[in-house]
Design a binder for this molecule. Structure first.
Ligand code: ATP
Ligand code: MG
Length: 412
């Protein structure tokens, strides 16, 4: 029979991999909590407009990468491609606009119909943080610092570079956009198809193009930093200053943009060259217009999302299934007597397993294969005396003990 497959770009996580994912997740949630970000959980699917409204009809996520479907009541739903829209929607629905700022963290699966490759999946996980209600530049520094500490806790910050840029405020961006279009329109015959389409709809996105020809053209494009008005410029300088205070190294990358209309001011990415071309492990920015687009009050926000799958590829922690004690009965009937023993061991915090079948010799062989340090053995003699045989599987030494004595030995 043919084996059942999983969908392309959608993977099982077996213990080895899940172990690494969980380390990434726990580290991220833990450091976020220390920065006073409280964890929330939002739905994996929502009405499609939660994503289409803010992301815009021209974004990749909405045009090419989305998983949309109609349910039985003909509602148009979407598997979430990212976390920020849902988090801001949840914040608005919870009526928290009177109680600012709010700081949230979340993690979970996201879905994008992408071309699968290393570090690029169709179902992947993100861990993100959102700081809502603060327009002060200090909050931009705060989230970048949180991102950096997260990577530092994972012991990978030395393999990662921080790139940072600013898109300025609305006015600065408007001037820049005009200058950029003016520059790019001379290259219309050379630009890639995608970029050509964006020239009039979303020209800033062209700066983000992966096409080599586009990249060459972009190299000499006008620099956003030359178009910042005074407020936008001093804001950006203050953020850089904050990073200096934290000793966080960064590179200013004038072409670092987030392609969505509601992004403004700070954009940043933490990038590694250890993962081939999928090197961005954590990316974020300021998104002041988002809550208004979602139909709520105008609330500023800044945050980031990290790719858990990519980070998990970078950490070295190995999964070891270390068992404390193996339980062996002489006959299958003895297994019944092992049940309450196992229960007691579990309550005391020990990991154990009963080997149900096979000869005694086979059971010991299995216990050795599992690298168990100890075995508890119940034979006729032990049952009669209401004791257990406690065996050190390394030295081979055995003693007759009651269960409490055995537990005390395990504790050592
Ligand atoms: P990319 O340029 O790699 O497509 P993006 O700009 O689409 O990234 P964001 O939407 O900013 O990515 O998502 C934040 C992070 O989530 C990325 O930096 C990356 O680590 C991770 N990520 C995004 N898409 C995928 C995917 N398809 N598979 C695995 N991780 C992903
Ligand atoms: Mg993408």
């Amino acid at each position: 029979m043919e084996k059942l497959r999983t969908v392309r770009g959608v993977h099982d996580l077996m213990p080895d991999q899940l172990h690494k994912h969980n380390i990434v997740i726990n580290t991220g949630l833990d450091i976020s909590e220390k920065y006073n970000y409280s964890q929330i959980e939002i739905p994996i699917f929502e009405f499609a407009e939660v994503f289409t409204k803010p992301l815009g009809k021209s974004s990749d996520i909405v045009t090419k990468e989305n998983y949309v479907f109609k349910d039985r009541s003909e509602d148009e739903l979407m598997l979430r491609p990212e976390g920020t829209s849902g988090a801001v929607r949840a914040f608005l629905n919870a009526g928290l606009v009177q109680d600012l700022p709010q700081r949230f963290s979340y993690y979970g699966p996201m879905f994008r119909y992408e071309r699968p490759q290393k570090g690029r999946l169709r179902q992947f996980k993100q861990l993100g943080v959102e700081c809502l209600g603060l327009s002060n530049f200090m909050s931009d520094i705060e989230v970048i610092s949180l991102g950096y500490d997260f990577l530092e806790k994972l012991n990978i910050s030395d393999k990662i570079e921080l790139k940072i840029n600013t898109l300025g405020d609305f006015d600065s961006r408007k001037d820049y956009r005009a200058a950029l279009v003016n520059y790019l329109k001379d290259y219309q015959s050379k630009l890639s198809g995608d970029s050509l389409k964006r020239l009039w709809t979303n020209p800033l996105r062209i700066l983000d193009s992966k096409s080599e020809v586009d990249k060459k053209i972009i190299r000499d494009a006008p620099n956003i930093l030359d178009y910042l008005n005074f407020q936008s410029k001093t804001r950006f300088e203050s953020i850089c200053k904050g990073l200096d205070y934290l000793n966080i190294k960064y590179k200013i990358d004038k072409n670092l943009v987030r392609g969505l209309d509601y992004y403004c001011h700070t954009t940043f990415e933490f990038i590694t060259n250890e993962l081939g071309s999928q090197g961005t492990v954590l990316a974020g920015g300021r998104y002041d217009g988002l809550s208004k687009i979602l139909g709520g009050t105008d609330i500023p926000g800044v945050g980031w999302a990290a790719g858990i799958d990519r980070l998990a590829l970078m950490i070295e922690n190995k999964f070891v299934n270390k068992i404390d004690v193996i339980l062996i009965g002489q006959t299958e009937n003895t297994n019944f007597l092992l049940l309450p023993i196992m229960k007691k061991l579990t309550q005391k915090g020990f990991k154990s397993e009963i080997i149900y079948t096979g000869s005694i010799a086979k059971k010991f062989k299995k216990a050795n294969k599992m690298k168990a340090p100890y075995a508890i053995i119940l034979g006729e003699e032990e049952i009669n005396q209401n004791l257990i045989k406690f065996k050190d599987l390394k030295t081979g030494s055995e003693e007759l003990l009651n269960l409490n004595q055995a537990i005390n030995k395990l504790k050592k």
